[in-house]
Design a protein around this ligand. Structure first.
Ligand SMILES: *Cc1c(COP(=O)(O)O)cnc(C)c1O
Length: 340
């Protein structure tokens, strides 16, 4: 079948695909995996996901490799993180086997939407789980739906790989100090929309949130983890309010391979004056290099990139991860799942 998609100019948006997969947890067990061609769901009006935000999700990508094979990046880690998120929100953890099978089948069934090698585009896989038991009293559901949908997404950097500016603001927190920030919960995103809207309206691409307890340390950069290069070391914040990014985990491995020391620790705001590179990392962009961080409360501007270009470490990170994901370099760490 012919798909007339201009891969190079696809946005990071939703393009409906042919199939999605569904599985429900009822009467204490997961049922059969179902293939659906509908892009809507029917759930009770009183479902816990609608009223009490029992919703968690994942995001991972499939790539067409240089050898024509289809590779999914770090599927096991996403499956594991989703189980952690489920426990955090008192939901039913999806067994790894079900997660794996549904992701692989969703890619295979929608293969005509998988962007070709060299396009810079990929197939984004969005697994999510919702509580579907009707409840009015505040209590977790007994029944859950786990759904895997996919959608093709374009190259993140349309005008080429370049820096963006971000801001620090103390007016908003994304999450609470011992709250849900460590889990990939939809509610965290609802809570961040106000801050993000304000940052966008001021011309910034994202908010660099501070730790919600003391407002002293760097926390997360919008929906991505933050890292910086300081005196040749890779530094990244450590905190209970941060979602453990699988991209960040991968970058730490690459950084060590490249001979750098890695420090996971508190990073103070004023340390931004001493870093040679900074970036936001996540599945969407791999690394989004940061040119400048403006503290809008104090008026201090931290110019990270002196020449206005992405730094060498960030550029190398993106090159290496892209090469592994497209089969151009060997997968020495076992990060790839093939879709046969
Ligand atoms: C998904 C997400 C990330 C990035 O995680 P990856 O596994 O690298 O895609 C970072 N922060 C938040 C809040 C997220 O939801």
């Amino acid at each position: 079948m012919d798909t007339e998609i201009d891969w190079g100019s696809l946005p990071f948006g939703y393009v409906p695909t042919d199939y999605n997969l569904r599985c429900e947890f009822r009467d204490g067990k997961w049922g059969d995996i179902e293939v659906s061609t509908s892009d809507t769901i029917t759930i009770p009006l009183a479902a816990t996901t609608l009223h009490y935000a029992q919703e968690i999700f994942e995001g991972l990508k499939a790539f067409r490799g240089v050898d024509g094979k289809i590779r999914i990046f770090r599927l096991e880690e996403n499956a594991k993180r989703m189980r952690e998120s489920a426990k955090g929100l008192r939901m039913e953890p999806v067994p790894e086997e079900i997660f794996r099978e549904m992701c692989i089948r969703a890619v295979k069934l929608n293969e005509r939407f998988l962007p070709p090698y060299g396009s810079g585009a990929s197939l984004y896989i969005r697994p999510f789980e919702i509580g579907i038991s009707p409840r009015i009293g505040v209590k977790e559901a007994d029944e859950y739906a786990f759904i895997v949908m996919v959608t093709p997404v374009g190259p993140y950097f349309k005008g080429g790989f370049r820096n963006t500016n971000i801001c620090i603001m103390r007016e908003f927190d994304r999450v609470a100090p011992q709250g849900t920030g460590r889990w990939k919960a939809g509610g965290n995103y609802a809570a961040s929309l106000g801050a993000t809207h304000k940052a966008h309206s001021m011309g910034y691409s994202a908010v660099l949130f501070l730790d919600p307890k003391e407002k002293k340390y760097l926390d997360e950069c919008g929906p991505a983890n933050f890292y910086a290069i300081k005196n040749g070391k890779y530094i990244t914040p450590k905190s209970d309010s941060i979602l453990p990014s699988i991209t960040n985990m991968s970058l730490m491995t690459l950084a060590r391979e490249m001979g750098m020391e890695v420090e996971e620790r508190h990073i103070t705001v004023d340390e931004l004056a001493e870093v040679s590179e900074a970036g936001a990392c996540g599945t969407a962009a791999v690394c989004s290099p940061i040119g400048e961080v403006d503290d809008i409360d104090t008026g201090v501007k931290y110019v990270i990139s002196k020449d206005g270009k992405p730094g060498p470490v960030t550029t190398e990170f993106v090159r290496r991860l892209d090469a592994i994901r497209h089969g151009e370099e060997p997968d020495v760490h076992g990060w790839i799942t093939f879709v046969e």
